[in-house]
Ligand binder design. Structure first.
Ligand code: FRU
Length: 496
C-alpha cells in the first residue's frame, strides 16, 4: 500500500541548510528552559524510552521531533550520565530512515542481553492521515555505545489478528529463562488492551495472546499505551497509560492519564491479578512513564512531563516539554509512592534553613526562586485552609492548597499570564490525610514544579510559564501555621 506523505514526516537528515542551527539559536534564548531536567535544545520531546543503567552509565532515550513544537517524525534522542545529575547530549540514537519505520521510531524499552543493550521500539507506518500499521523493531547498543539497527528488522511485522494498527511501545523482560514483550494495543472493537509476545532468544517472537488484567475499564478506554512491568518487594507492578478515561472525583482529569496496578502476574497463563489499581500521579503534565533498575537495583522512573493535544507557551519558541526528574518507586501499604531519586542530592550547591510562623493571612517568605529544591514542614493544629504559593508575584502564582475539612490537597495553575491547558481545567487534586503536620518537597526548574507530599503519598507535576519576576514563595493560612523551610540552590545538569 502506498505510504502517506506530509512535511512533518522528514528526518534530521532532510534538514535544510542552517535549519537546525536556526532552531537551536531561537530556543536557546528561552527563559523557560530547564537547567537540570532533560529537555530538547529544540523541537518537541515526549516519552522516555530505552531507560537503562548499562555498563556503569545511565542511558535515557526519548521521543524527539527536531523541527519545532509538533508531533511529527519521531526520532530517539539520547543522553547519558554517570550520576543521574550531569547529562551529556549524544547524537540521535534512532533516525527513522528505513521502510519498516517510515513514519517514526516510536516508543519502546531496553533490556541487557549478553552484555549488549537491546533497544526495542515500534516502527510506525502511515498509509493515510487515519490508517496506520506498526512493526516492532530492534537496535543493539554495544559496550562502546555504538548503536546499530538489527539487520533483520522488523522482529515483529505488522499487528496480530483482532487488533487495529495501534499496537506499540514494547516492554521486554525475562522470566524463568524466557523473554516476554508487552505491547499497548487497540482491539478491533476500539477498546484498549495489553498483548504479549514470547521468545527464547529475545529476537524471534511469537504472539502469545492478550493479558487478562481483571480491571473493568469503561468502554470509553480506546487504547492502552506504554505498558511497563517490574517486581517490587515481592509484588508485580504494571504501569500503563490508558486513553479515553473520564474524570472521576479526584482522578483522571487529564486528557490522557497514567494508572498502575499492584498484584500478581502469571505471564505464562496471561493473567494479572490486581490487589490495588489507581491513578499514579495527580499533576497536569505526566504521561507515558517508564521504569528501570538503577545502580543498586532500586526501581527508578522517568516520565514525559507533558500532555498531548495541548498548546504550551514554549511552542512559539520552537521547543516543547521535558522529562520528569528521576523518581524512586516504593510500595507503602500496597500503594506506589514516588520519591525524588536519592542521587539528586548531588545537584545541591547551597542550602539554607529558616522558620516562620503566621497567625493567619499570607506572607512572602522568599524570592528569587528558579532552579531550586524546596522542603517545607507545615505544622498547624487547627488551620482549615493553608498552603504554599510557588512562582508567586503580585499577579502570578501556582497555588498548593491543603483543605483539612475535605481532607484533600489541590494545585491551581490558573493565575499566570501565559496560562494554558484550561480546556482540561486549571485545578488538580488528591485526597490526603491531613494531621498536624504536612511535608512538601518541590523541585523547581524555571518552567516546571514537581511536588512531592508526605514522602510521595501524593505527587503533582506541573509545567507553568511564569513572567520574569514571578519567583516568590508565599505561605498562607486561615489560622496559625508554622513553617520550617529549607532552600537548596541547584546546579545546571544539562546544556540548554
Ligand atoms: C505516548 C505515545 C506512544 C507512542 C509515542 C509516539 O505518548 O503516543 O504510544 O509510541 O507516543 O511519539
Amino acid at each position: 500500500m502506498e505510504r502517506y506523505t506530509e512535511e512533518k514526516y522528514r528526518t534530521l537528515y532532510d534538514a535544510k541548510e542552517n535549519e537546525l542551527e536556526r532552531l537551536r539559536e531561537k530556543s536557546a534564548e528561552s527563559a523557560w528552559k530547564p537547567a537540570y531536567h532533560i529537555h530538547p535544545q529544540y523541537g518537541l520531546i515526549n516519552d522516555p524510552n530505552g531507560l537503562a543503567y548499562f555498563n556503569g552509565e545511565f542511558h535515557v532515550f526519548y521521543q524527539w521531533y527536531p523541527f519545532g513544537a509538533m508531533h511529527g517524525m519521531k526520532h530517539w534522542a539520547h543522553v547519558k550520565s554517570a550520576d543521574l545529575v550531569n547529562w551529556d547530549r549524544l547524537p540521535a540514537a534512532l533516525v527513522p530512515v528505513e521502510d519498516y519505520e517510515s513514519h517514526g521510531a516510536y516508543s519502546g524499552a531496553s533490556l541487557e542481553v549478553d552484555g549488549m543493550l537491546y533497544l526495542y521500539y515500534t516502527g510506525n507506518i502511515k498509509y493515510s492521515a487515519e490508517e496506520r500499521s506498526a512493526n516492532q523493531c530492534l537496535a543493539i547498543m554495544d559496550q562502546e555505545g555504538k548503536i546499530q539497527k538489527y539487520e533483520n528488522n522488523p522482529i515483529i511485522e505488522g499487528v496480530p489478528q483482532g487488533y487495529t494498527g495501534h499496537v506499540r511501545d514494547p516492554k521486554v523482560f525475562e522470566k524463568n529463562g524466557r523473554y516476554y514483550m508487552l505491547l499497548g494495543a487497540q482491539r478491533e472493537n476500539l477498546t484498549g488492551a495489553i498483548i504479549v509476545y514470547e521468545s527464547g532468544n529475545a529476537i524471534d517472537w511469537s504472539f502469545k495472546g492478550e493479558l487478562n488484567l481483571q480491571i473493568d475499564f469503561p468502554d470509553s478506554v480506546y487504547m492502552l499505551e506504554c505498558p511497563d512491568y517490574f517486581e517490587l518487594d515481592g509484588k508485580d507492578v504494571l504501569i500503563f497509560s490508558p486513553q479515553g478515561l473520564k474524570p472521576e472525583g479526584h482522578d483522571y482529569h487529564n486528557l490522557y492519564n497514567v494508572m498502575y496496578a499492584v498484584g500478581h502476574l502469571d505471564v505464562e497463563a496471561l493473567s494479572f491479578e490486581p490487589e490495588n489499581f489507581q491513578e499514579l500521579e495527580k499533576g497536569f503534565d505526566f504521561y507515558a512513564p517508564q521504569t528501570f533498575a538503577g545502580k543498586h537495583n532500586e526501581r527508578l522512573l522517568f516520565s514525559w512531563a507533558g500532555m498531548g493535544e495541548i498548546d504550551y507557551p514554549s511552542d512559539k519558541e520552537d521547543w516543547a516539554h521535558c522529562l520528569s526528574i528521576p523518581r524512586e518507586l516504593c510500595l507503602v501499604d500496597g500503594k506506589l509512592a514516588q520519591r525524588p531519586a536519592d542521587m539528586l542530592k548531588q545537584l545541591r550547591v547551597k542550602s539554607e534553613t529558616s522558620s516562620v510562623t503566621i497567625e493567619s493571612g499570607s506572607l512572602m517568605i522568599d524570592e528569587g526562586i528558579g532552579q531550586h529544591e524546596l522542603e517545607f514542614k507545615l505544622d498547624t493544629v487547627d488551620a482549615d485552609i493553608f498552603g504554599i504559593e510557588l512562582f508567586a508575584s503580585e499577579k502570578e502564582g501556582l497555588v498548593l492548597e491543603f483543605d483539612r475539612s475535605s481532607q484533600a490537597v489541590s494545585l491551581n495553575r490558573e493565575k499566570f499570564a501565559s496560562s494554558f491547558g484550561g480546556e482540561y481545567g486549571f485545578v488538580r487534586s488528591s485526597e490526603l490525610k491531613i494531621d498536624s503536620s504536612v511535608r512538601v518537597q518541590v523541585f523547581i526548574d524555571h518552567s516546571i514544579a514537581e511536588i512531592f507530599i508526605n514522602d510521595g503519598e501524593a505527587v503533582f507535576t506541573a509545567r507553568v510559564f511564569p513572567e520574569k519576576g514571578s519567583n516568590g514563595i508565599r505561605l498562607f493560612s486561615d489560622k496559625k501555621v508554622s513553617c520550617t523551610y529549607t532552600k537548596h540552590e541547584l546546579k545546571q545538569g544539562i546544556t540548554r
